[in-house]
Write a protein that binds this ligand. Structure first.
Ligand code: BES
Ligand code: MN
Ligand code: ZN
Length: 462
């Protein structure tokens, strides 16, 4: 790939002139190595326009290599510098999707950041190809959905309470046909028996919600339910977190952000699959009305949970949403995405989600979609015998056993609520990859929007 930074050009971005294209082709044919993905060489042209040429490596030239190249190039140009990209003949359409995703995702900045938005104007010069148009449109929708998920998770919790989150989704949905949104408030949650959501949200000055967003492309398609953990801030509740443990907990709604963003993206792409996103939204706060260690909670399915640690709140709200999905929505597949346990990063490090499913084909298809999207996951087991870890003397189960395997046991807890849907369910514990400590290829420092891209790859195959 050639990336041409038209630095200071009075005409701004436009098609690459033929003589420059020829110069670039000569330069490239004399280079003896295609370049590592993400490596960028800057060649200054002090007396000519454009004022510099960037050569970006794409490694083996697969989609991931092009994505890395796009992200590296956008980080090399100034935020307002126009960029012209010359694609040589024969670049496949999926490479262009990777390139465009890399450019858009690597260029993301949180909209309220003091640095202000990027205004780089990007022109891609390439031969006529209809497949290119499709690739660019898919990449645009994917990047926009990921930006939305990042914006939601980066928004401070002083702004982002459950009602605010729901309002954002209502506003987004109103701009697209084929979407319906229902928001349940506490009275209705109580009337219908969402005891987990009410217990967790009960300590906050900003009461909980259950958000239901549906994309319906028309009859005769499969129905996928996506459940996302939506804790707008997790103090740990009365079992309060440490100061270090709490400082990033505005991101504890990243699962909800991803499922909502992917559902909006599915509508933008008019994917031929019915999708319902469910986001139980609550703030896990500390107050006189907070739920207490030792409380017994009646979940949506009528079963009871003994909560001995109010910091194990995510599973309580997800349990209600999963049980509701199974009882009322009768989907073909249920996935849930959640920043569920610190143990995710203990087991798998910073960039890998834990994947759980009893369905081998579903697990494989999700991992493949993640791989293609650049979001890694690794499957961990759901051993039946560990279900006794959940034993409680006073309720149907315990929420926070202390015998280790934190991420596995949390997944087993959720599995209790799937009923006859158990074999068509997968859970992604995405605590670790939901946040990037610093800029890293297509990730910008802060919320990563993890899961949005995987879901948009996976949904067409669901
Ligand atoms: N939201 C946290 C998990 C988390 C930790 C996400 C770090 C992202 C980064 C979750 O609600 C939690 O507190 N989990 C507890 C569970 C325990 C009390 C059984 C944990 O992981 O310590
Ligand atoms: Mn917690
Ligand atoms: Zn949490």
């Amino acid at each position: 790939m050639f990336a041409v930074g038209a630095d200071g050009s009075p005409t701004g971005a436009g098609p690459v002139p033929a003589d420059l294209a020829a110069e670039l082709a000569a330069l490239l044919s004399s280079a003896d190595d295609p370049g590592q993905p993400g490596a960028v060489q800057v060649l200054p042209r002090p007396t000519r326009q454009p004022g510099k040429v960037l050569l970006a490596g794409v490694g083996p030239g697969d989609e991931a290599g092009w994505r890395a190249a796009g992200a590296a190039v956008i980080r090399t140009v100034r935020p307002d510098e126009p960029l012209q990209i010359q694609l040589l003949a024969g670049v496949p359409a999926d490479a262009l999707r990777g390139l465009a995703e890399g450019l858009w995702l690597g260029g993301y900045r949180f909209r309220d950041a003091p640095k202000g938005p990027r205004t780089t104007e990007i022109t891609i010069a390439a031969g006529e190809s209809q497949a290119y148009g499709q690739s660019l449109e898919t990449a645009r929708v994917t990047a926009a959905a990921t930006w939305l998920a990042r914006d939601l998770a980066n928004t401070p919790a002083s702004v982002k309470n459950p009602a605010w989150f729901a309002e954002q989704v209502v506003a987004e949905a109103a701009t697209r046909p084929g979407l319906t949104v229902t928001v349940r408030e506490p009275e209705q949650l109580a009337a219908e028996g969402f005891g987990g959501i009410l217990a967790v949200g009960g300590g906050s000055a900003t009461p909980p919600r259950l958000l239901e967003l549906s994309w319906d492309p028309g009859p005769a398609s499969r129905h996928v339910v996506l459940v996302g953990k939506g804790i707008t801030f997790d103090t740990g509740g009365l079992s309060i977190k440490t100061r270090d443990g709490m400082k990033l907990m505005k991101k504890d709604m990243s699962g909800a952000a991803a499922v909502v963003a992917a559902t909006l993206g599915a509508a933008d792409l008019r994917l031929p699959v019915r999708v319902t996103a469910l986001a139980p939204l609550a703030e896990n706060a500390v107050s006189g009305s907070a739920y207490r260690p030792g409380d017994v909670i009646t979940q949506y399915d009528g079963s009871t949970t003994e909560s001995t640690n109010s910091d194990a709140e995510g599973r309580l709200v997800l349990a209600d949403a999963l049980a509701y999905a199974v009882a009322e929505l009768r989907p073909d597949v249920v996935l849930d995405l959640a920043t569920l346990t610190g143990a995710n990063s203990v087991a798998l490090g910073k960039r890998t989600a834990a994947l759980y499913s009893h369905d081998d084909a579903l697990a494989r298809s999700l991992a493949a979609a993640g791989e293609a999207a650049g979001e890694r996951m690794w499957r961990l087991p759901l051993p039946d015998d560990y279900l006794d870890y959940l034993h409680s003397d006073i309720a149907d189960r315990h929420s926070s056993p202390t015998r280790g395997a934190g991420s596995v046991v949390a997944a087993l807890f959720l599995s209790e609520f799937l009923g006859d849907q158990l074999d068509r369910w997968a859970h992604l514990d995405m605590s670790a990859p939901s946040w990037a400590e610093q800029d890293d290829a297509d990730l910008s420092q802060g919320a990563t929007g993890w899961g949005t891209r995987t879901l948009l790859r996976w949904l067409p195959t669901a």
